[in-house]
Design a protein around this ligand. Structure first.
Ligand code: GTP
Ligand code: MG
Length: 370
């Protein structure tokens, strides 16, 4: 819409309608209050008041919400799988992640690893795998609650000496709800009390039947502490990701999801993003949840500065005007002006919502205390 009624224009300029009508007459345009004015007439009047006309771009929220734009099949290329690790407390999730990272990331990386971000990539037999280091549940609950799906494959860690526990079942339910394939890592195989058959038995009750027992769930026996079975596990991840045919179009503006974000004293807002499609570049105008800006600098999982990253890559960025939330979608705009407009509109909406929410929260708190 690039026309305005005389009355609307008067309102925008904060003038009387009669004054505008007079001015129009002076320009040879006979007008009534409801008359539609074209862009040229609007600009003439505005110029007369020394006002610059800025076209109002209607912010298409649906464009942002459905950032997973449908790409042409011919533009799709194989991308690395994004893997999260879930399981019951103390079953060895962190140790397993460390074992994977230590066996794979340090090799050939001078200075070893300084893990800066809550996600990392390894290369196994020439194929990359991205691991999200956020606790698996958080990756599922917060992100899924916000409509974001970041995980392609779940590794379900079950301690061989402890068996299926409440959070094991919870993890299975999360993965099933998200329709994410599960690979079972039966951990702590080095322990005297390890009983992998019992784990298999217990998991059948939750619909996970081992291939060895005629089912279709992959089980891998590992010892995170000794590093046993890690290579097998990585092989299985590669296998499953091939079956899943994970693809993305790297040749478009980037879109993806916030993994984590915080305020850094020196650098300002720092956000770890997972690029899910397209390629993200330094300098890109970007909207991230209710925040926006230009990508000032990007740092990869090894703490190195990078200029551009493709699909399934986690990267830490600076340059946003505020701190976004985990699970927020992000989207790059080809046009900086549009990014700013969308960003400002979302920022404002968020602040209004927050104001409402905080007054509501106070009431809720009050009720909870009673
Ligand atoms: P939370 O983050 O608290 O849920 O625990 P987690 O699942 O990350 O377990 P974590 O890796 O912290 O391991 C828990 C304990 O189990 C630690 O004492 C580990 O050293 C031990 N552990 C982990 N993996 C193995 C293993 O393969 N063998 C043995 N013997 N111990 C292990
Ligand atoms: Mg842990």
């Amino acid at each position: 819409t690039d026309t305005l009624q005389v009355g609307e224009l008067a309102k925008k300029l904060n003038k009387d309608t009669s004054e505008i009508i007079k001015k129009l007459m002076g320009l040879g345009i006979m007008a009534t209050i409801n008359q539609e004015l074209d862009k040229e007439a609007i600009e003439l009047i505005a110029a007369d008041y020394d006002v610059e006309v800025e076209e109002e771009i209607i912010v298409d929220e649906t464009e942002f919400e459905n950032y997973e734009v449908v790409d042409d099949e011919k533009d799709m290329q194989v991308r690395p799988p994004v893997v999260t690790i879930m399981g019951h407390v103390d079953h060895g999730k962190t140790t397993l992640l460390d074992a994977i990272r230590n066996t794979k990331v340090t090799a050939g990386e001078a200075g070893g690893i300084t893990q800066h971000i809550g996600a990392y990539q390894i290369t196994n037999n020439g194929k990359q795998i991205t691991f999200l280091d956020t606790p698996g549940h958080a990756a599922f609950t917060t992100m899924r609650a916000r409509g974001a799906q970041v995980t392609d494959i779940t590794i379900l860690v079950v301690a061989a000496d402890d068996g299926v526990m409440p959070q094991t079942v919870e993890a299975i339910n999360h993965a099933k709800a998200a329709e994410v394939p599960i690979i079972v890592a039966v951990n702590k195989m080095d322990k005297e009390a390890a009983n992998p058959d019992r784990v298999m038995q217990e998991l059948t009750e939750h619909g996970l039947v081992s291939e060895a027992w005629g089912g279709d769930t992959i089980f891998v026996n590992v010892s995170a502490i000794k590093g046993d079975g890690i290579d097998d596990l990585l092989e299985m991840i590669n296998l499953v990701s091939e079956v899943e045919e994970l693809k993305a179009n790297p040749n478009r503006t980037a879109a993806g999801t916030v993994i984590e974000a915080q305020l850094d004293k020196g650098r300002g807002s720092v956000a770890t993003l997972l690029v899910q499609s397209g390629t993200l570049n330094v300098g890109d105008p970007i909207v991230v949840g209710h925040t926006y800006g230009r990508v000032r600098a990007m740092v990869n999982d090894l703490g190195r500065r990078v200029k551009s990253v493709g699909p399934s890559t986690p990267v830490e960025i600076t340059g946003l005007n505020d701190v976004p939330q985990a699970g927020d979608p992000f989207m790059v705009f080809a046009d900086e002006k549009k990014a700013r407009q969308v960003g400002e509109s979302r920022f404002k909406k968020q602040q209004d919502a927050q104001r409402k929410e905080s007054s509501k929260l106070n009431l809720d708190d009050l009720f909870n205390q009673i």
